[in-house]
Write a protein that binds this ligand. Sequence first.
Ligand code: SF4
Ligand code: SF4
Length: 94
Amino acid sequence: MKIKRKLGWKELPSGDFLEAGSSLNFETGDWRSKKPIWDEKKCKSCLFCWVYCPDSAIMVKDKKMIGIDYRYCKGCGICASECPFKAIEMKKEK
Ligand code: SF4
Ligand code: SF4
């Protein structure tokens, strides 16, 4: 049986690398199995959900919540858990 000599590190072919990912290029909302539904009438724009959302998916304008960016929301449910006014409810994604 012939034993192949292992290559030294200098003899190895150059490797390749993948470009680092960015959520700006990849819309991660389609990972979601549950969807946060925002009730604008109950919302007091305290922005707790904005602070806690790990995906920066809570949309704010002029210091008021204006909705949820479903392109990036992964449906973790943290916003619904943290909202003191029960203005966000998690529903099963269709
Ligand atoms: S935590 Fe609740 S009340 Fe506060 S901004 Fe978010 S949805 Fe509105
Ligand atoms: S469900 Fe999670 S990712 Fe989606 S808006 Fe709420 S905190 Fe952000």
